[in-house]
Design a protein around this ligand. Structure first.
Ligand SMILES: NC(=O)N[C@H](N)C(=O)O
Length: 274
């Protein structure tokens, strides 16, 4: 598998001979949705989307306590949408895992391929089309932009993982590092999108617990991931949803590197209540 080709095996339906041994799990602090259970029958169609379907792998569940939704979009040739986003308050982060597509933003086309990232500010006029001859799959994270008085909205970003600097975590010899699609020093942004890479045998060596919610989609390799009190085996195609404060760590146990797409909310005060 090349760096830029995240082969996904979503779709179809397991045969009747399949044993019910999936590692799907849903708890109050995290969920694991294995790629193997993302079958055809759990997709949704979306309003104003053509020749397209979505695996909705994360959504706010309890009103205000969770803030983002994440989809894997499957768009067939000729498909897409002239009105993709129904909520003018929602910003979008997009990461392509398979195929080629075009996003039109304010009338200007941007070509995307596997490894491409797009950030689309809230309230933008955008469209997305698959004008290639093959299916396209991409991640789409939606979150209402948290406006702050005196701080302007960030502009759009179109980039590719090959163009973004890999930042090694301190004291890890580059064995654990992050590719950051959004500038971490830019206070205008209220969400980040990274690719985390661990070399074989590398670890997240402590139980991180923090206010950020996460969506983690495994792009490559395998590992055992610590989620709250459990160790869970994950591999390419699996998805993890983590609520705020869910303790997390990781051991990259496969023969190759382990990489995942990481969403997190950042840079804003938590809402208070009386
Ligand atoms: N699970 C993770 O990869 N967490 C990251 N270190 C993070 O929160 O940035």
């Amino acid at each position: 598998m090349s760096n830029n080709s995240y082969f996904s095996n979503l779709g179809g339906l397991p045969p009747q001979t399949n044993l019910l041994s999936s590692k799907a799990v849903f708890t109050t602090s995290y969920a694991v949705i294995p790629g193997s259970v993302m079958s055809d029958i759990v997709t949704s169609l979306l309003p104003h989307w053509e020749k397209s379907r979505a695996w909705i792998i994360s959504r706010p569940l309890s009103g205000f306590a969770e803030t983002f939704s994440q989809y894997i979009m499957d768009v067939q040739p000729g498909g897409g949408s002239a009105r993709p986003e129904p909520d003018a308050r929602a910003q979008a982060a997009i990461f392509v895992v398979e195929g080629e597509m075009v996003i039109e933003l304010d009338g200007k086309p941007h070509a995307l391929r596997p490894g491409s990232f797009a950030y689309i500010p809230a309230g933008s006029a955008w469209q997305v089309w698959n004008s290639s001859g093959a299916a396209v799959r991409f991640h789409w994270v939606r979150k209402i932009y948290q406006v702050v008085d005196g701080i302007e909205k960030p502009p759009a970003i179109f980039s590719h993982e090959d163009e973004v600097e890999f930042a090694a975590m301190p004291d890890t010899d580059g064995k654990w590092g992050t590719t950051r699609f959004v500038d971490h020093n830019d206070i205008r942004h209220d969400m980040h999108f990274n690719i985390v890479t661990l070399q074989p045998g590398a670890v997240i060596p402590f139980m991180e617990t923090h206010i950020m919610e996460h969506g983690l989609y495994v792009l490559e390799g395998k590992a055992v991931y610590r989620l709250n009190q459990d160790w869970v085996e994950v591999e390419a195609g699996d998805y993890m949803w983590l609520r705020a404060f869910c303790p997390q760590a990781c051991y990259a146990g496969g023969p190759g590197r382990f990489r995942y797409l990481l969403y997190k909310d950042v840079n804003r005060h938590p809402a208070l209540s009386l």
